[in-house]
Write a protein that binds this ligand. Sequence first.
Ligand code: SAM
Ligand code: SF4
Length: 346
Amino acid sequence: FKQIALLKIFKYVIILTMNKMSDSFGRSFPYIRLSITDVCNFKCGYCLPNGYFKVENKPGFLDLDEISNLVAAFTKLGVSKIRITGGEPTVRKDFFEVLRNIKSEHKINNLVITTNGYKLNEIAEELIATGINGINISIDSLDRNKFKEITGKDRLPQILEGINILQNKGFKNIKVNAVLLKNVNDSLEEFQNWERFINNNEIDFRYIELMQTGDNLEYFKKYHISASNFRKYIESTDWKEISQIRDAGPSINYVHSKLKGKFGIIAPYSKNFCITCNRLRITAKGELRLCLFGNTGANLRPYLQNQNQKDELVELILKQLRFKKESHYLETGNTGITPHLASIGG
Ligand code: SAM
Ligand code: SF4
């Protein structure tokens, strides 16, 4: 156990040393979240309750060459982890090609995706073949009716079947996320369902506290609840907090001596949440966003048009980092230019 911990620390130190991006608050950024589409086929109440509406045709989402040029610049800056997200990234026709290109051309160590998993059962094998290192799947409840109520789609069986296929093929790094919603999926029964699920499947599960965005104020007021009840439940049932190497993610994780899997909590409103921020975001149209919220960012797209622009692009990214603020200031209710997380890749 000690050896594994030491190895993790060693890996983290290497990542930090190689990373050339840091901001005025001493944070470094080995991790980018790259949205490849705003389009989504679900209607999650907190995100796109009326589904995705195409706003305009042009410009479209970044194409394969633009993505490749972008990844090349970030690799030069020492980025070692890329999360492909959206909207729903798997709806893009060239989704697998995007993954294969990033993996083979740029040798990214840690390429992961976030998906709603709506056709995971059909794509699981092809997904593994791309060489990705991990997958986050959003499942707001294991109760089929509730799942449908929250997301607008009756797809839970296909998602669970997909997880089974991934596991039977030996794919290891699977995490499940649910947005915690007051009086919807915050009951003891739900917590126990998840406990059984993660123990049976040896999977990590995290609740994310609902965040306010530009479009969801009413929903937020009705359904936001802090994760303190869930925390109380897990602490009273012998789950123990573990320290976390922070190239990973913002979640606080818990393990159990007798049960498999991990529980986690992502609490964006908690004090100090932003101290460990280690990621930058790129929208599907090539805007660099320094934070999920706020108004800071820059359009990188003009610099993605050919490979010779790499140095200019690197310079622009480094300059922009100076504008990264200390916190998202979400507690003030100012959500900046983020209407919903599908627009920025949550
Ligand atoms: N469509 C994919 C999915 O749902 O996994 C990827 C994009 S989605 C925007 C990424 C994550 O953000 C999902 O886990 C989703 O549940 C979460 N999310 C979306 N809106 C949210 C909000 N207002 N507060 C907290 N989490 C949110
Ligand atoms: Fe789509 Fe993901 Fe937003 Fe749900 S959370 S509407 S699946 S982008």
